[in-house]
Design a protein around this ligand. Structure first.
Ligand code: FPP
Length: 257
């Protein structure tokens, strides 16, 4: 058992069984998550939708801590899509409040744990107070390198590609004849971040919902029927155990010649 997991995983539990199945030399570097089902979780309990988001914020904390203990380097969470602005104003306000509370309460925890926060998405259209708070915490944690937490906010995969094209066109140093995928990816919001190895989606939907369209070209996808507020460390362990059983060929044959 890894030292970082001692005392964290209960002896004899299902989690311990899953941890014992893990190959710690092949932990995915980057895990991306489509956190879905908060509303349905609340509805099932006859609660307002916002209670689902509140419960979902607890799952966020559990996944962050577990990711760090497992040695995952980057965790990207789809927290607010460009399409989410269509939701009722009250629900949107609750989502921003949860994020603000999280940043105000957890900033010290991020620093103490050597976690870095980064935002991906059209940040210029975020509510100004939220944007300021995000930029404060990004600045505070910019040199940290244990775990990078990327929050996808006001994010859309197609918009990201269009924004990258615009940036590249404005960049006089770009030569269309030599432009390639590697150079192009420097204009994405995720510049410098490796592509996700594993994409997790909750609540049983088989869609990518405009998330990291460029970056998930070769990601392994793992879907659970459970709603995001029910997502626990055991789910993350199950996803990684399953990921480690997959054969990633990146279009090549196996074994490569
Ligand atoms: C999807 O469920 C979830 C969201 C759109 C928001 C995710 C936000 C959180 C988990 C809480 C705050 C986050 C942080 C980083 C502290 P849904 O509402 O689409 O569910 P439904 O499909 O069942 O309606």
């Amino acid at each position: 058992m890894l030292k970082s997991l001692e005392g964290f995983i209960e002896p004899g539990s299902e989690e311990e069984r899953l941890v014992n199945e893990l190959d710690f030399s092949r932990i995915p570097d980057h895990v991306a998550v489509i956190m879905d089902g908060n509303g349905r979780w609340a509805k099932k309990r006859d609660l307002p939708r916002v209670e689902g988001h509140r419960a979902g914020a607890k799952s966020v904390q559990e996944v962050i801590e577990t990711s760090a203990r497992l040695g995952i380097k980057v965790l990207t969470l789809y927290a607010f899509s460009k399409e989410n602005w269509k939701r009722p104003k009250r629900e949107i306000a609750t989502l921003w409040r949860l994020l603000e509370d999280y940043l105000k309460k957890e900033d010290k925890v991020l620093v103490e744990n050597n976690f870095r926060l980064r935002v991906v998405g059209q940040r210029e259209d975020l509510p100004p107070a939220i944007r300021r708070e995000l930029e404060r915490v990004e600045e505070l944690t910019r040199n940290n390198d244990k775990l990078q937490i990327c929050l996808a906010l006001n994010y859309g995969g197609r918009a990201e590609i269009v924004d990258a094209v615009k940036k590249a066109l404005k960049d006089k140093s770009v030569n269309p004849d030599t432009l390639d995928e590697k150079i192009f990816s420097r204009y994405l919001y995720t510049a410098g971040i490796p592509d996700p190895d594993l994409l997790i989606r909750t609540s049983g939907e088989f869609r990518v919902s405009n998330f990291l369209l460029w970056q998930i070209a070769y990601s392994e996808i793992w879907i659970t029927q459970d709603y995001w507020p029910d997502f626990r460390r055991k789910h993350l362990l199950q996803a990684i155990v399953d990921y480690q059983k997959r054969e990633r060929r990146f279009g090549d044959i196996h074994p490569p010649r």
